[in-house]
Design a binder for this molecule. Sequence first.
Ligand SMILES: Cc1cc2nc3c(=O)[nH]c(=O)nc-3n(C[C@H](O)[C@H](O)[C@H](O)COP(=O)(O)O)c2cc1C
Length: 189
Amino acid sequence: MKTTVINGSARSNGSTAYIITKILEGMNISKTDITSFCLGQTNIKYCLGCKNCYKTGKCNQHDDVDKIMQSIVESDLIVVGSPSYWGDITGQLKVFFDRNTPFSDTNENELKLKIPAGKKGLSVAVRAGKTERENIHIIESIEHYFGHLHITPIGKFSCTGIDTFEDLMKREDYIEKAFEYGKYLRTTM
Ligand SMILES: Cc1cc2nc3c(=O)[nH]c(=O)nc-3n(C[C@H](O)[C@H](O)[C@H](O)COP(=O)(O)O)c2cc1C
């Protein structure tokens, strides 16, 4: 199954990346079918708010959004993960969502690059604090994004109490749970 991973973290080898990898291992998705983007290591400019995409169907700016969108177009599964930054998705993920305005169903321009129907979406949230509330908000933001691109949410995974990678390494239960969740998701697809 062709899969695009969009990790909103600044860190490509952090806890969000690790949990996503474990879920995809549980789903038995081949590494060669996975294209990953860690937004902290991409070049993505802010949306200019020009609404030119409403007129032309395209963004005037060209940067790493182009290759991420191409990967989404070619994928069956889109995984979006974010650590909590100030109780919300990371700034880099928000900027990426803003730049998806040319592809959103709020943009009715016939010329726009359409995301083909039938794609599935999986959301992942990781935070240091112990309660679920922030992660519920993060997952809602990611599913809001999926909704405007007509990507069907098929699952969500939340990790709390994970501040450092070492915290995660001590939580074998979470790592196992992520893998088992992937196995479960596979049976639903
Ligand atoms: C700028 C910044 C803001 C953060 N804000 C929060 C927060 O509001 N709530 C929380 O629970 N954790 C917060 N954290 C902790 C991260 O969510 C946590 O370290 C997470 O495990 C990082 O995931 P990563 O390794 O994938 O980057 C913050 C971390 C950073 C760097």
